[in-house]
Design a protein around this ligand. Structure first.
Ligand code: KIV
Length: 271
């Protein structure tokens, strides 16, 4: 990496830094990113993590779901993001069917890390077999429970998960199993705030919420939703941070500060 005399060398955050933030009660901020320009801006604001989400299928490619996103797409966007960041921790999604077996998952995770520069990969669902195999190869993994967009054809619609006691108990059990399998982070999407609070308190790994209430250890939003530049309807749990902000950078900073101070999400953006 080239540095001018005026540049200070900033070390990227590690999974241990994120764990330490949970330990000291500091909220972790995360936004999705898909290209170098937004990556540099998000990083400059000081957001702790960037997720190269397969949501890019919907917000960048204009697809109806995340299912058409390929590993080649993910490697390309992950490389764009990781080239421009200095400090933020970079996670990349394993797309639909790229982790059908542990070996396939390992090969695709290797592409995201070796060619894309990701520090961690994320996969949806209670795939304990895959998580433990990846962790055994030295690949850090983020779990993802609650609403699973890659399962949309089984779910039928993007709705809140874990409302019924049995469904909530299953998410709690799955969260523990993912942690035991070695997951270093967990994303909880679109679940009741009370359930997310319980899981965040029970797990030792950081729990990052999206539509999961204010008591998670951190928050993530889809960048295009919070800047209100998407072509699809913003979900109820998201918030447009542009009103009142003088620039995109100011809106990203407003989100970063609101999460750090536990002012986002409010009840209005929770279930
Ligand atoms: O793909 C994505 O952007 C995600 C977030 C919604 C968590 O997985």
């Amino acid at each position: 990496m080239y540095h001018t005399a005026h540049d200070s060398i900033v070390k990227p955050l590690t999974v241990n830094d994120l764990a330490a933030m949970k330990q000291r009660g500091e909220k972790i901020t995360c936004l999705t990113a898909y290209d170098a320009s937004f990556s540099a801006l998000i990083d400059k604001v000081g957001v702790d993590m960037m997720l190269v989400g397969d949501s890019l299928g919907m917000v960048v490619q204009g697809q109806a779901t995340t299912l058409p996103v390929t590993i080649t797409d993910m490697v390309y966007h992950t490389r764009c993001v990781s080239h421009a960041r200095r400090r933020a921790f970079v996670i990349a999604d394993l797309p639909f069917m790229s982790y059908a077996t542990p070996m396939v998952a390992a090969q695709n995770a290797a592409l995201l890390m070796q060619l894309g520069g990701a520090q961690m990969v994320k996969l949806e669902g209670p795939r304990v077999d895959v998580v433990s195999f990846l962790v055994d190869q030295g690949i850090p993994v983020c779990g993802h429970l609650g609403l699973l967009p890659q399962w949309i054809n089984q779910l039928g619609s993007y709705k809140v998960q874990g409302k019924e006691p049995a469904a909530a108990a299953k998410i709690i059990a799955d969260a523990h199993q993912l942690q035991e399998a070695g997951a270093g982070l967990l994303v909880l999407e679109c679940v009741p705030a009370k359930l997310a609070k319980e899981i965040s308190a029970q797990l030792s790994i950081p729990v990052i919420g999206i539509g999961a209430g204010v008591d998670c250890d951190g928050q993530v939003l889809v960048l295009y939703d919070m800047l209100d530049i998407g072509t699809i309807k913003r979900p109820r749990f998201s918030k447009n941070f542009m009103p009142g902000a003088a620039s995109i950078e100011a809106a990203i900073n407003a989100y970063h500060q609101a999460v750090k101070q536990s002012q986002f999400p409010t009840v209005e953006h929770s279930y």
